[in-house]
Write a protein of this length. Structure first.
Length: 448
């Protein structure tokens, strides 16, 4: 359970040096563990650090005053959507997703709830010190006029309808809303983010203002308070609900690589749920265009997660550049993950071909053996099966390369939320899951 009472103080003083509320700094009380290396030559956890309890209302209102009137007892979480080195040892940029959300069935149909609809996704800078994760800076994502983008659904009929915490009251759609999932920082100090709604690639200033949101051709997203450019292949309009872009990497040349979390629903949802083939896209910030596309093939779901038999549970949550055109790709379910190494070669590019035509039959997603059908699927090599590494948490969504032998992993704790009507008590306060945000360091004996 969250220890914060209903009447928590909302007005706090701010730190001159970091811009963060002093009350939040005081709230960073965490417990963590250090792990001893196992005998033998195997990947192992060398350290775990934990984020303490920070009231979400205090955090949000310190960034954008008045944005949250009732946080329902929710603490800051969800920053495990991605992690990217911030320059100094132990410091990382992270990004929240759309905020606390869940699902409740009403009349047999699931409704998407937004218990804190005023929450604004944020870029959060953290420092790992010993067994603690400290928030040292935070940047709200804002529109051209400086207002919160929010995390609310964009388009009626395409995105899930938003509801209140108890799934009883419909909320308004917001075309500015983003469900951010990946982050990198460019040399000029600006950030690139990816989003699940569009799916979209978002360029934001060093202080979080959305400069441009790149979306698939034909999306017709109107009413935004920032520029929207239809620069991505229209085939991405077939992304599964809540399964758009999740992984983002920055290659040494400055190009970006975006991973579609799950196979497209092409030609329909059943095909997407059964498929093991998803897509990576390469984007040139200089050309402001997609320059390549690659077919990526998941391992069978029971190989990735021996406890799972549903291929629709397979996801890519993180991609990490490791030199040249090489990437680490995280294949996961909510319980476990495996990291694969791939190389993005010119011969594997499928951009603009028949697989980008949504009338092609069978579609790329329907092919039982894409390689046999002539698709140049990316070759991959297993680097580590995190399911075999003791101490690695579930739902790892962000991975950063610390050095040749070490990775930093961050989990998405979903703001301590669970699905179902029991997520909140009779007073509308969160029944916390108890899952914490952690940064876990894993040593790889063979390196990368």
């Amino acid at each position: 359970m969250s220890p914060h009472a209903t009447g928590r103080r909302r007005v706090v003083n701010r730190s001159v040096t970091t811009g963060l509320p002093l009350a939040l700094a005081a709230a960073l009380v965490a417990a963590g563990t250090a792990a001893a290396a196992p005998s033998g030559d195997a990947a192992h956890v060398i350290r775990t650090a934990t984020l303490g309890d920070i009231p979400l209302g205090a955090f949000s209102n310190a960034l954008l005053p008045g944005s949250v009137d009732n946080d329902r007892g929710v603490d800051l979480g969800g920053i495990g959507s991605d992690i990217y080195p911030a320059g100094r040892k132990g410091e990382y940029w992270t990004v929240t997703d759309r905020g606390p959300n869940g699902q409740i069935k009403v009349d047999g149909k699931k409704r998407r709830t937004f218990p804190v609809p005023g929450f604004d996704p944020a870029i959060v800078k953290i420092r790992v010190t010993g067994d603690k994760v400290e928030v040292i800076d935070a940047i709200p994502l804002t529109t051209r006029s400086g207002k919160a983008v929010t995390g609310l659904s964009n388009q009626q009929g395409r995105d899930e309808a938003p509801y209140s915490y108890d799934a009883k009251t419909p909320l308004s759609y917001n075309p500015n809303g983003v469900d951010t999932e990946g982050i990198v920082q460019a040399e000029d100090g600006t950030f690139w983010l990816v989003d699940e709604y569009g799916p979209s690639l978002i360029h934001v200033s060093a202080r979080g203002k959305v400069l441009t949101r790149y979306v698939p051709k034909g999306l017709n997203l109107t009413g935004t308070d920032y520029p929207v450019v239809e620069a991505l292949p229209s085939v991405l309009l077939h992304r599964k609900t809540n399964r758009g872009f999740e992984g983002l990497a920055q290659l040494p040349c400055g190009d970006l690589v975006m991973a579609v979390q799950s196979p497209l629903s092409l030609p329909d949802a059943n095909a997407g749920d059964a498929s093991r083939t998803t897509r990576l896209l390469r984007f040139s910030p200089k050309k402001k265009a997609v320059t390549a596309e690659y077919a990526y093939r998941f391992d069978p779901v029971n190989v990735v997660d021996p406890s799972e038999d549903d291929p629709s549970e397979l996801k890519i949550s993180s991609v990490v550049a490791v030199g040249g055109d090489r990437l680490l790709v995280e294949e996961r379910t909510d319980k476990t993950a495996r990291l694969q190494l791939v190389r993005l070669g010119h011969k594997a590019d499928i951009l603009g071909g028949s697989w980008d035509d949504d009338t092609t039959s069978p579609s790329l997603e329907q092919l039982e053996d894409p390689t046999a059908a002539g698709v140049p699927v990316l070759a991959k090599r297993l680097v580590v099966d995190l399911g075999t590494v003791s101490g690695v948490p579930g739902k790892v969504e962000g991975i950063a390369r610390v050095d040749r032998d070490t990775l930093a992993l961050i989990n998405d704790n979903d703001f301590g939320m669970t699905d179902g009507p029991g997520a909140f008590d009779a007073q509308g306060r969160l029944v916390d899951s108890g899952i914490k945000t952690t940064v876990t360091y894993v040593r790889l004996p063979e390196g990368i």
